[in-house]
Write a protein that binds this ligand. Structure first.
Ligand SMILES: NC(=O)c1ccc[n+]([C@@H]2O[C@H](COP(=O)([O-])OP(=O)(O)OC[C@H]3O[C@@H](n4cnc5c(N)ncnc54)[C@H](O)[C@@H]3O)[C@@H](O)[C@H]2O)c1
Ligand SMILES: [Zn+2]
Ligand SMILES: [Zn+2]
Length: 379
C-alpha cells in the first residue's frame, strides 16, 4: 500500500462458537521499538487448539499463532540502537513472551514469568493494535506476535535474530515447542547425565522434551503416548523405551515395571489432570515431576499429600521452558545447525493458511507432531 501500510492475510480467531476465518487485514507501519516482519513459517501448537476450543479466555478478534519465524522487513524508530536488536533482512524467531526487563520477575532473571511482557493482552502497548480489518475494526495479535498471518508488527524484543542457515519451518518451531520442551528438561527440571526421564505425551512439546533429555545425557528416556506412531518418532529422537498407554492405571503399572524404583524425572506434556497425577506417581522418592502441558483454565489435579510428603517429591511448573528467548533461541539454533537437535523430524507436513482446519482436526486426533504453515515468498 502506498500509505506505508501493508496488506495482510491472517487467520483470525472470532470466539469459541464462531471459530476462525482467514481474512484480509491492513497493518500499520512499525512504531518506536517495533519491527515489521514478513512471516516465513508458523507452527500449529496445541495451545492454538486450546484457544480455538475456548479453554482459555482470549479477547477477540485476534490473529492466531505464537510459533513463528520471519524476515525483518522494516524497523521503527529507535530499533538498532541496542546490542542484539534485529535489523532488516534478519531471520528472526518470534517469542511469545518478550520480557519487559523491569518487573520483579525480570530482575530475578526469570523473564519467562514477566508480569508485563511486550504484547501482553494480545496488544502492543498502550493497549493498541497494528492490525485492522478494512472497515477499521481493531484486530489483536496473539501474544503480540500472531504468527498465522503473512506479516506482523511486533516488539523488537520479540524478534530474536538466529543463524540464517536454519530452515524457516524449523526456526518457527524453536519459538514454542522446542524452547518449551527442551527447556523443560534442561532448565526447569535440570535433568543431569545418567538420570532416568519419563516423558508423557509426544506432540511437538513432548518430543522436544525427549530431545532435551538426550542433550542432557539422560541414561534412560521412557516415552509415553496413546498413539503408536508417536512412540516410533520418540525412539528415532533418542528415547530408549516406549510405552503405548493412555492415562489409566495400566500406564502407571507399565512404567513402574520398566523403572521399578520410579524415575528421577517425569514430565507431563499433554495437559490433562490424570497424566499430571500420573507424573507425580511414577517418580522415585526425591524425584521431580514437571508439568508442561496446560489444561483448560480452572482444571484441578489431586495430590496424595501423605505419599507426596513422605516420598519428598518435587513438583514444578514449566512456563516457556524457563527460557529467556533472546538468550536461548540463538543457542537452540546453533544446536540445530550443528545436528544436535533434529527439529526437522517434528515436521509432519507443510501446509498453507487455508489448510488450518484439517490441521487442527489432526492435532485433536494426535496425528503427527507438528504441522507448519509455510507462507509464500513475495512475487
Ligand atoms: N508450558 C508451556 O510453556 C507450554 C508451551 C507450549 C505448549 N504447552 C502445552 O503443552 C501441551 C502439549 O502441546 P503439543 O503442541 O505438543 O500438543 P500435541 O497435541 O501435539 O501433543 C499431545 C500428545 O499427547 C498425546 N495424548 C493425548 N491424550 C493422551 C492420553 N490420555 N494419554 C497418552 N497420550 C495422550 C497425543 O497423542 C499427542 O501425541 C499442550 O497442553 C499445550 O497447551 C505448554
Ligand atoms: Zn505453543
Ligand atoms: Zn518483566
Amino acid at each position: 500500500m502506498s500509505d506505508g501500510r501493508t496488506s495482510v492475510r491472517g487467520a483470525v480467531f472470532l470466539g469459541a462458537a464462531a471459530g476462525f476465518r482467514v481474512e484480509d487485514l491492513v497493518l500499520d507501519p512499525p512504531g518506536p521499538g517495533e519491527v515489521r516482519v514478513r512471516m516465513l513459517a508458523s507452527g500449529v501448537c496445541r495451545s492454538d487448539l486450546h484457544v480455538l476450543d475456548g479453554d482459555w479466555d482470549r479477547p477477540v478478534p485476534v490473529v492466531m499463532g505464537h510459533e513463528g519465524a520471519a524476515t525483518v522487513e522494516a524497523v521503527g524508530p529507535g530499533v538498532g540502537t541496542r546490542p542484539g536488536d534485529p535489523t532488516v533482512g534478519d531471520l528472526v524467531v518470534l517469542a511469545w513472551t518478550a520480557p519487559c526487563g523491569a518487573c520483579p520477575a525480570c530482575a530475578r532473571g526469570e523473564g519467562f514469568l514477566c508480569a508485563d511482557p511486550r504484547g501482553a493482552g494480545h496488544r502492543l502497548a498502550p493497549a493498541d493494535v497494528r492490525l485492522r480489518r478494512p472497515d477499521g475494526t481493531p484486530v489483536g495479535a496473539y501474544s503480540g506476535i500472531g504468527t498465522m498471518a503473512t506479516h506482523q508488527v511486533v516488539a523488537a524484543e520479540a524478534a530474536i535474530p538466529v543463524d540464517p542457515a536454519l530452515p524457516a519451518a524449523e526456526a518457527a518451531l524453536l519459538g514454542c515447542a522446542v524452547a518449551t520442551g527442551v527447556g523443560a528438561a534442561t532448565r526447569t527440571a535440570g535433568v543431569r547425565a545418567g538420570e532416568t526421564v519419563v516423558v508423557i505425551g509426544l506432540g511437538g512439546v513432548g518430543l522436544s522434551v525427549v530431545m532435551g533429555a538426550v542433550l542432557a545425557g539422560a541414561a534412560r528416556i521412557v516415552a509415553v503416548d496413546r498413539v503408536a506412531a508417536k512412540l516410533e518418532l520418540a525412539r528415532a529422537l533418542g528415547a530408549t523405551d516406549a510405552v503405548l498407554a493412555g492415562d489409566g492405571p495400566a500406564a502407571r503399572a507399565a512404567l513402574l515395571r520398566l523403572l521399578p524404583g520410579g524415575a528421577d524425572h517425569a514430565l507431563e506434556a499433554i495437559g490433562l489432570a490424570a497424566t499430571a497425577e500420573l507424573a507425580l506417581e511414577i517418580v522415585r522418592p526425591g524425584g521431580t515431576a514437571t508439568l508442561v502441558g496446560m489444561t483448560p483454565q480452572g482444571v484441578r489435579a489431586s495430590v496424595d499429600v501423605y505419599a507426596f510428603v513422605e516420598r519428598g517429591i518435587r513438583l514444578l511448573g514449566s512456563n516457556y521452558g524457563s527460557a529467556i528467548p533472546a538468550e536461548v533461541f540463538p543457542d537452540l539454533a546453533r544446536h540445530v545447525v550443528a545436528g544436535r537437535l533434529p527439529v526437522g523430524r517434528l515436521i509432519e507436513e507443510r501446509i498453507g493458511l487455508g489448510d488450518l482446519a484439517p490441521a487442527f482436526a489432526a492435532l485433536r486426533r494426535g496425528d503427527g507432531a507438528r504441522r507448519v504453515v509455510v507462507f509464500d515468498q513475495p512475487a
